[in-house]
Design a protein around this ligand. Structure first.
Ligand code: FMN
Length: 321
């Protein structure tokens, strides 16, 4: 069984399942293990202007309902990502779509990143990771939680690219629906919901944090109801496609997000235990009947803005997944 390809924010996807930012590197790292071409696509590790070594080890710790990570945005920096990492993706991926994730600590850094990447080949859209602290604001609040900073980032990046801009929002936002509207009004073509929730795990013996940075971001199964709720709440308020992410382990979990109003889903933490989890989810979804729009005929529960086959010329041929 194969799915009918669908267009989402002007990009043709062969199925709705992507690998989430930060959990698949730049693709090549997984290529011997995961058939990336069987996926809807992947999101790169978030890149910053300068290379970053990341936070002290240990960077991840598991608990009974997920894990907490504080990688500290370890990445090779914009120039190496563009010149060494993207060419491999451009050469090797034909059917899977690549989103490049960018992360800044000032508005200007996001703008420079989008400007610097725009001329490169090998990717279809930008995902703007707005969970980073803003060094230019008192207290360093995350961009996603600071309406003026968020609209400045989206608005200024919008002017730098003709590619779709997808804003990835943080879940610990009491005004998430208003934030989503603000991101769309500023020029976002889609939203990814959600990034990790702040979390801390302590050693019960000595009380020391179980990850080097002390606190981090919580991901995995415990995040799923939060993510599904976010998608459901935002779907009725904006008219752009949504990508649902958080705690997806299997096709049923992906379907929860699709029914809540997501057009695409991303798989992150599940890949650490089962590197081919996303492939399996894509294959299992293709066997299901009556998927929500834009993947099924029924349109049940799905948004109407992503019409399957709206631009047949842009739709790639699909192989069985
Ligand atoms: C180890 C790790 C690294 C991550 N790095 C990034 C990143 O670089 N950029 C980003 O936007 N999100 C990052 N995330 C968040 C994921 O993309 C995703 O939003 C989150 O983990 C929830 O999905 P999951 O429960 O399926 O993992 C990271 C998550 C993990 C577990």
């Amino acid at each position: 069984m194969t799915l009918r390809p669908a267009e989402v924010f002007r990009v043709a996807f062969q199925n709705p399942v992507l690998l989430a930012a930060g959990t698949c590197g730049f693709g090549r790292e997984l290529s011997g293990v995961v058939d990336l071409e069987a996926l809807g696509g992947m999101v790169t590790k978030s890149i910053t202007m300068a290379p970053r070594a990341g936070n002290p080890a240990p960077r991840v710790a598991e608990f009974d309902a997920g894990m907490v990570n504080s990688i500290g945005l370890a990445n090779p920096g914009m120039e190496r990502a563009r010149d060494d990492k993207l060419p491999w993706l451009a050469d090797h991926l034909r059917r899977a779509r690549v989103l490049v994730s960018v992360a800044g600590h000032t508005v200007e850094e996001y703008v420079e990143l989008v400007r610097g990447m725009e001329a490169a080949d090998g990717f279809a859209a930008f995902e703007i990771n707005l969970s980073c602290p803003n060094d230019q604001r008192l207290g360093g609040r995350a961009f996603s939680l600071d309406r003026d900073a968020l609209t400045a980032v989206i608005g200024r990046c919008r002017a730098e690219t003709s590619r779709p801009l997808i804003a990835k929002l943080a879940p610990n936002d009491p005004d998430l629906v208003d934030t989503a509207r603000a991101a769309v009004d500023a020029g976002a073509d889609g939203l990814t919901l959600i990034n990790t929730l702040p979390g801390r795990l302590l050693d019960p013996g000595d009380g020391h944090p179980r990850i080097g940075a002390g606190q981090g971001g919580m991901s995995g199964p415990a995040l799923r109801p939060v993510g599904v709720h976010a998608v459901n709440a935002v779907a009725g308020a904006v008219d752009v496609p949504l990508i649902g992410v958080g705690g997806i382990l299997n096709a049923d979990h992906a379907l929860e997000y699709l029914h809540a109003g997501a057009s695409l889903v991303q798989v992150g933490t599940a890949s650490f235990a089962a590197p081919r989890a996303a492939e399996r989810i894509a294959r299992d979804l293709a066997r299901r009947r009556d998927l929500p729009a834009p993947w099924g005929a029924s349109g049940r529960g799905g948004p109407s803005h992503a019409s399957p086959g709206a631009n047949p010329a842009a739709v790639p041929s699909t192989e069985p997944v």
